[in-house]
Ligand binder design. Structure first.
Ligand SMILES: [Zn+2]
Length: 363
């Protein structure tokens, strides 16, 4: 069984308004789930619009992350108040929590991404973290959300950093799926990989222009936010489990194990993981094209002010055994790094990261 996409998708400047009759048709008492203080105003608007349509609305905020503590806290609120749906309005952590909670309670989930930082508004997948933001595992859900509302006016209000992060996460789709799944002879998987290539090309062409801060008549911005929030989700939907993540996300998961005072976004960490995956391919699998890809990606990542080393994520890998901790987690038994078509040992990761962190990166 495979859930390819949300049942209904609304996109564009008036997506929220257009979605309202469809939302009121499936829920009478939704819980609006959010987290960030930045999105408070938008969530108030969502709350008031639904209240004006005579829905019994309540709201709750994640205290920490998409973690078991918050999940059970929100579940209790829903059960206590007999809510009949979850409207998850926010970034990836809020969307993932909303989908997971709705599935546990067998009620519909409506996702309203408030930035283009991930494709979590689309997918049948939730990543679970600890309270402190350390990755634990990803969970495949039975289905994608019932309704996805991708309102461009809402997404315009997000900090530009979230879009840059979404670009890095979406770029990883091609580099991860093409190396792990190119030998799979399933036509749908092959086609999903091809879509991720077109997605990468689109982001290389439009990503820089999209982040210049103008929204009106900025076709690059529109194409880019939809690439990050919609097409990236479609690739996962069509490709399914076989269209896999690989080292970029495995290294992301490992880096999150080291708590830093500065919080970095999912895609910002994945971007660094992606560069390290390519260096791993170059050093351990003799892939000459990987170095070309690194050079090409660095130009865009610099333009978008994305971190490009683990040091730029606020972590000194040469202190506190950090390098070993990252390598250990990245190479643990269940790690996605083992989906690479060549053997990766802990020592390989140590070598690649040490090499990458010490080099002077020139563009
Ligand atoms: Zn990701």
């Amino acid at each position: 069984m495979q859930s390819i996409s949300p049942e209904i998708i609304f996109r564009g400047n008036d997506a929220w308004v257009k979605a309202l009759p469809h939302i009121t048709a499936i829920t009478k008492s939704p819980l609006i789930l959010g987290r960030s203080i930045h999105t408070h105003k938008l969530r108030s608007k969502i709350f008031n619009d639904l209240k004006n349509l005579k829905l019994v609305v309540n709201s709750a905020n994640l205290q920490f992350d998409c973690c078991y503590e918050d999940i059970s806290f929100v579940k209790n609120i829903i059960l206590k108040n007999n809510h009949d749906s979850v409207i998850a309005a926010g970034g990836g952590k809020v969307l993932d929590s909303g989908k997971y909670i709705a599935e546990c309670l067998n009620i519909p989930c409506i996702t309203v991404p408030l930035s283009a930082s991930t494709c979590a508004g689309w997918t049948a997948l939730s990543n679970i973290y600890t309270k402190k933001g350390q990755f634990i595992k990803d969970v495949t859900l039975r289905s994608c959300p019932e309704i996805l509302v991708y309102d461009h006016k809402f997404i315009q209000t997000a900090p530009s950093r979230t879009l840059a992060s979404g670009i890095a996460d979406a770029l990883a789709k091609w580099y991860e799926s093409s190396i792990t799944s190119s030998t799979i002879d399933d036509g749908l998987v092959q086609q999903a990989i091809q879509i991720s290539r077109v997605l990468r090309d689109q982001l290389l062409i439009d990503g820089g222009k999209a982040c210049k801060g103008e929204f009106e008549n900025n076709l690059s911005w529109r194409n880019t936010i939809e690439a990050c929030g919609l097409t990236a989700g479609l690739v996962g939907g069509i490709g399914g489990e076989k269209c896999r993540t690989a080292a970029a996300h495995a290294i992301h998961n490992a880096i999150t194990q080291i708590i830093t005072p500065n919080k970095y976004l999912h895609g910002e960490i994945v971007g660094v993981g992606l560069l390290l995956q390519l260096r791993l391919e170059e050093m351990k699998n003799n892939n000459k094209l990987a170095n070309q890809s690194i050079k090409q990606l660095l130009v865009l990542m610099k333009e978008l002010n994305l971190p490009i080393t683990i040091a730029e994520l606020g972590i000194n890998v040469f202190e506190n055994n950090n390098l070993e901790k990252i390598a250990d987690f990245a190479c643990r038994d269940k790690s996605e790094i083992h989906f690479l078509p060549f053997k990766v040992h802990k020592q390989d990761i140590v070598e690649v990261i040490a090499n990458f962190e010490q080099q002077k990166i020139k563009i």
